[in-house]
Design a protein around this ligand. Structure first.
Ligand code: COA
Length: 153
């Protein structure tokens, strides 16, 4: 797959041998991380759109998406905290959007915690637009912001 703007950054499909590192990044990034078994379930269901970023043979980030009818849903994205703000998240998003586009997707949606201002800015920079608030969406009662993007060309 693509090397993006990095000489050494490889975006490729997740492999089960990546699980430990992906879970490590997940646990460092979210207060309610997905269980490793759930991550494997997502791989089994949506393996084409579960991508990792690899730099110097190390997994430094991942993105998980799925296609529902004609729409694409970004389930999760995280970058190793030591490697953030270097364009890796953006490279992952562009790569998974391309995989979804190949499957006929033109409309994307995702949910993000309203308190996660860093991620909201990240998604808006990528062209996502706020479409509403999902009250009490998360198990701790926090609201989610619903964001959408159309990929027209
Ligand atoms: C959100 C996240 C994936 C972004 O990854 P990243 O690799 O740091 O982001 P990038 O370096 O690719 O940034 C891409 C764009 O988003 C913007 N951005 C990224 N982090 C930002 C921040 N902290 N504040 C403002 N803007 C930010 C950048 O300015 C950049 O814009 P540019 O292309 O014009 O330069 C990363 O911060 C992360 O893993 N967060 C924890 C997990 C999380 O919150 N996931 C999202 C909710 S599911």
């Amino acid at each position: 797959m693509s090397a993006g703007a990095f000489d050494m950054l490889l975006i490729r499909k997740f492999r089960p041998s990546d699980l430990q590192k992906v879970y490590e990044i997940e646990a460092q990034s979210f207060k309610d991380p997905y269980h490793p078994i759930f991550l494997i379930n997502l791989y089994e269901l949506y393996g084409d759109t579960f991508l990792v970023a690899e730099e110097d043979s190390q997994v430094v980030g991942y993105v998980i998406a799925r296609k529902v009818d004609a729409k694409g849903h970004i389930i999760a994205i995280a970058v190793d905290p030591r490697h953030r703000c270097r364009g890796i998240g953006k490279a992952l998003m562009l790569a998974v959007e391309e995989e979804l586009r190949k499957k006929g997707v033109v409309e994307l949606w995702l949910e993000v915690r309203v308190s996660n201002t860093r991620a909201v800015k990240f998604y808006k920079r990528l062209g996502y637009v706020e479409k509403g608030i999902l009250k009490g969406y998360y198990s701790d009662g926090e609201d989610a912001m619903l964001l959408k993007k159309y990929m027209l060309w």
